[in-house]
Structures are given as structure tokens and as C-alpha cells.
Design a protein around this ligand. Structure first.
Ligand code: ZN
Length: 300
């Protein structure tokens, strides 16, 4: 069976092309996956919007209601980075439903990936940093509530620290949050994960991969993980507009392979989400995000 991929056309909320959030990367990622032969009808799965009952496992009920009604206060919209109108609200519900679906497919098949997700700055009480709902935190709490899993590991390699995930899952002992990120990058006030590794500006492939390879055995020694959520943000790339680190495309490929190979060798299901990536050359950016799917497809 091919790698199971979760996608919805409305992941693209149709922002203007010059918006500082590169929304057009979602359809361009699908084009890239089609060009690589990864997006056949036997590979694609379409999510439903996450129901409010799921969203409220991770987020304050008033905030979920605000997003669904498109009545998010302007101050919070400024922290998110865009207004929460009907398309953005739907997109957030779909991307979250998508990560829940990808997690279920990972439990069935060993690995699956969402073509969105990794909205790790959304905290319990509000969104922030281009993140409306925290899809990985919602999916974690849905699977725990259903009894589908007992031990969850979150490996967040987006260049930004996973403050929202740490905020939501900080008091959940069955979920272990690991974030490796740029020390001097957003968010300024970080919320402590269970394990945080901060990297200096300019960190390149060799130093990054050495650090990561040393950490993975420590993570897998902590528990037998029933599922691993992998945030494969590509904003660690040298040409990323926001990243400040210096990985190459080959470094990204080696990173994704290192993580997936490690956990699949232990038979832990892996649910991949794309995380952040920012560039004016959105086709090049989409190709960076496609690397996760290329690598994951070798383990499907
Ligand atoms: Zn990021």
C-alpha cells in the first residue's frame, strides 16, 4: 500500500500571494506530490472538519466557539497573524481533523502524513504565530480519550519552539513533548516542553544531525511509544525567510530519514505533519515540504 496522505483542498484559505503567510504552498505541495507519483487515489484521504467536542479537549471552550463563529477578538487575530474569517476557520478545523485522521491511519499502517498541521503555537486559550488550533495536541487528546493509545511522543523539529503544545500538554503525563528549535527565534517567551533543545543561529546539517542522532535513543528509552507525532517544519532550511538555521535539502532529507527510521525500527507508528516553512519562492518551499513525504513513502 502506498503512503497514506491526508489532504483537503480547503487547507488553502486563499490568501493574497504577497501575504507573509505563504498559503499557496498547500496546493503547490500537492502538485509536487503528484509529480513524484505519491498522490494517487489509493494514497489520498480527505478529512472532515474536527468537531467542537474534539477541539475543546485541547482548547478553552470560549476560544473554540469564537473561532467557529468567526468572532475572534482583534487582539488575538493580531497574535495569530491573520483575521479568522470563514475560510481560515474552516481551514483550522480541517487541518485538525486531518491530523486526527493521519494519526488513525498511522496506527493502522505504521506511518501516515498530513499535508498541513504542526500548528504548535496555538495555546489552550488562544491561537498565535500563524496557528489557530493546535492539531497535534487535539489529536493526542482525542486518541488518549478514546483509549487508542497510552503513551505519546511529540518530536517537534520545526525551527520555532513548540510553546503551544507545551502549554496544552504540560499537565498530561501520557504525552511527552520534545522540541528542538532555534534559540533566538520566535516565540520570545517559550513555554517549557518536557525536553527543549535550543540551537544557535546558523546551525548546519552536520551539527544538527549529530545533535538529533544523540537525542533519539534517549527519547525511545523513556517509554514504549504508542504513536510519535513528527512535526517536520522546513523552516530550519538555510533559505527560509524566518528560520536562522542553515540546513540544506539533503540535510532535511537526512533529518526526516533519521527520525522515521529510528521509530519505525522500534515499530512505533509515526504521524507526520508539515509544520512551518516560509519563502517567497513558494515552489521551492513546497519541494522542501515534499521531502517528508518522499522519505515517509519508503517506510510505508
Ligand atoms: Zn516554525
Amino acid at each position: 500500500m502506498p503512503l497514506q496522505i491526508v489532504h483537503h483542498p480547503d487547507y488553502d484559505a486563499g490568501f493574497a500571494v504577497n501575504h507573509r503567510f505563504p498559503m499557496s504552498k498547500y496546493p503547490l505541495l500537492m502538485e509536487a506530490l503528484s509529480a513524484r507519483g505519491l498522490a494517487g487515489s489509493d494514497a489520498l484521504n480527505m478529512p472532515e472538519p474536527a468537531p467542537a467536542s474534539w477541539l475543546k479537549l485541547a482548547h478553552a471552550a470560549f476560544y473554540v466557539d469564537q473561532v467557529i463563529a468567526c468572532e475572534v477578538p482583534a487582539k488575538v487575530e493580531r497574535e495569530i497573524g491573520f483575521p479568522v474569517g470563514p475560510r481560515v476557520s474552516l481551514r483550522a478545523q480541517l487541518a485538525t481533523g486531518g491530523t486526527v485522521l493521519a494519526a488513525r491511519l498511522a496506527l493502522l499502517n505504521g506511518i501516515a502524513c498530513n499535508t498541513a498541521g504542526g500548528s504548535h503555537h496555538a495555546r489552550r486559550a488562544q491561537g498565535a504565530g500563524f496557528c489557530t488550533f493546535n492539531d497535534v495536541a487535539v489529536a493526542s487528546l482525542v486518541l488518549l480519550a478514546e483509549g487508542a493509545v497510552q503513551n505519546i511522543l511529540i518530536v517537534d523539529l520545526d525551527v520555532h519552539q513548540g510553546d503551544g503544545t507545551a502549554d496544552i500538554l504540560g499537565d498530561e503525563p501520557r504525552a511527552f513533548t520534545f522540541s528542538m528549535h532555534g534559540e533566538r527565534n520566535y516565540p520570545v517567551r517559550k513555554i517549557a516542553s518536557d525536553l527543549d533543545i535550543a540551537l544557535p543561529d546558523g546551525t548546519g546539517d552536520a551539527a544538527y544531525l549529530e545533535r538529533l542522532s544523540g537525542l533519539l535513543p534517549k527519547l525511545s528509552a523513556r517509554a514504549r511509544w504508542d504513536i510519535v507525532f513528527y512535526n517536520a517544519g522546513v523552516d530550519v532550511h538555510a533559505e527560509d525567510r524566518l528560520g536562522r538555521l542553515s540546513l540544506s535539502n539533503e540535510g532535511l532529507r537526512a533529518r526526516d530519514d533519521t527520525v522515521i527510521r529510528h521509530f519505525r525500527a522500534l515499530d512505533a507508528p509515526v504521524c507526520g505533519v508539515i509544520g512551518g516553512g516560509y519563502a517567497t519562492d513558494v515552489a521551492a518551499l513546497a519541494a522542501r515540504h515534499a521531502i517528508l513525504f518522499e522519505v515517509a513513502s519508503r517506510y510505508a
